[in-house]
Design a protein around this ligand. Structure first.
Ligand code: RFL
Ligand code: PHB
Length: 389
């Protein structure tokens, strides 16, 4: 097989990059390890930045999002004393869009199928060869047969556990990492959301987030020790914990019901540098991970795609390589700012096991400052709705 850009990974990064390239007449083949059913069943991000919404429009995959997504003009941050409203619309002139990653992915699969893009599912043994030469190729197994894909460029969109990052020789890359001593236990339930906007709660009982996918579908998270397993958490225990973290009046009125999904995600900040090795480019979770507290993971993947798609189009259609030369640095500049925001939100909102009494006072003072300073609220809002690409 032969194509212009071989894309490893058919998650949101790989699908969106492929869609943007195909729209400009650039050929792609996507190699995905999992089944389509598996990719679509992963419940992950729910908040899209204004720039992500723009990108999905540019990709021609925004129709259902415009119909079914919900623009949110603000969110709340609370502790046991205060409930602070961050009004994105007033502070920045922009809302965010609540629309699930599963829906974004479904819309992208549909658009890619309409384009006739080859998406090979259940591939294994993916190996990227000669990425530092002018003629890379990828070998893999599909339906029991060994295959080879020749290409001009390779896009590594295969997530944190993929093979692309590891293809770069260890001496040519550097990792920066912070692992947090807790995870998020999340549930999805067919219940009315506790509130019309998201609530990030820093309570004496730990962190909780009340989020949603629609008027009838809620997504909730609570902070749990890393040693906890999903089976330790019955629905009743989850609802009890969540109630104990949310403001009393909201907890009292909250609708509860059976969970339809329940999972634990560890929290980590991770950046690999650089994002390029020869003709291999890393995108999304393959090269960075943020803790979900700032709702940045999916949005960062989209800004990487924004920088890379135009760079590849320029290289392939005009022979102009300035964009691909600049890709890593341009993307990293924005990645580090999102890292900072996600780390700050995580630090501001979670209890760290073994922390001193000073830490809790700092969290309280931060929220009090936000409640009293429009400048502080604007700074948070500007980051939350997404820094410019
Ligand atoms: P993905 O979504 O991980 O997709 C990578 C794809 O590559 C495939 N793959 C391979 N394919 C071929 N060969 C290989 N060797 C391969 N290895 C892997 C995988 O099957 C997969 O389909 O990365 P991508 O596209 O960069 O997208 C990034 C986003 O998915 C991610 O940033 C966010 O979902 C992060 N994230 C969250 N972000 C938020 O903003 N809010 C959230 O609530 C939130 N929850 C989460 C999350 C990430 C999680 N992970 C990665 C464990 C919850 C979880 C559990
Ligand atoms: C979600 O709805 O899954 C969600 C929303 C905001 C976050 C993280 C996750 O910061």
């Amino acid at each position: 097989m032969k194509t212009q850009v071989a894309i490893i990974g058919g998650g949101p990064s790989g699908l969106l990059l492929s869609q943007m390239l195909n729209k400009a007449g650039v050929e792609t083949v996507i190699l995905e390890r999992a089944t389509r059913f598996h990719v679509l069943a992963r419940i992950r991000a729910g908040v899209l930045e204004a720039g992500t919404v723009e990108m999905l429009r540019a990709a021609g995959v925004a129709d259902r999002m415009e119909q079914e997504g919900t623009p949110h003009s603000g969110c709340y941050l609370t502790d046991d004393d205060l409930m602070v409203h961050i009004n994105f619309q007033e502070l920045t002139g922009k809302p965010v869009m609540v629309y699930g990653q599963t829906e974004v992915t479904a819309d992208l699969f549909e658009a890619q199928d309409a384009m006739g893009t080859p998406i090979l599912h259940e591939v294994s043994d993916v190996v990227i060869h000669n990425a530092d030469s002018s003629a890379p190729h990828v070998t893999f197994t599909h339906k029991g047969t060994a295959k080879r894909l020749d290409c001009a460029y390779v896009a590594g969109c295969d997530g944190f556990h993929g093979v692309s990052r590891q293809t770069i020789p260890a001496a040519k890359r550097r990792a920066f990492e912070r692992v947090y001593p807790f995870g998020w236990l999340g549930i999805l339930s067919r219940t009315k959301p506790a509130h019309e906007e998201l609530i990030y709660a820093n309570s004496a009982n730990g962190f909780a987030l009340a989020s949603m996918r629609s008027d009838t579908l809620s997504r909730y998270y609570v902070q749990v020790p890393l040693t906890d397993r999903v089976q330790d958490w019955s629905d009743a225990r989850f609802w009890g914990k969540l109630r104990s973290c949310l403001p009393g009046d909201i907890a009292a009125d909250m609708e509860t019901g059976p969970s339809i999904e329940k999972s634990i995600a560890p929290l980590r900040s991770f950046v690999n540098e650089p994002l390029r090795w020869g003709r291999l480019f890393l995108v999304g979770d393959a090269t960075h991970i943020v803790p979900p507290t700032g709702a940045k993971g999916l949005n960062l993947a989209v800004s990487d795609v924004y920088y890379l798609h135009s760079a590849l189009i320029d290289a392939l259609t005009k022979g102009d390589e300035s964009g691909i030369d600049a890709y890593s640095e341009r993307a990293l500049t924005r990645i580090w700012k999102a890292m900072r925001f996600s780390w700050q939100m995580t630090t501001m909102l979670h209890q760290f096991e073994g922390e001193d009494s000073f830490a809790a006072q700092m969290r309280k003072a931060t929220l009090r400052h936000l409640s009293q300073s429009e400048t502080a609220r604007r700074e948070l809002a500007e980051n939350y709705i997404g820094l410019p690409f």
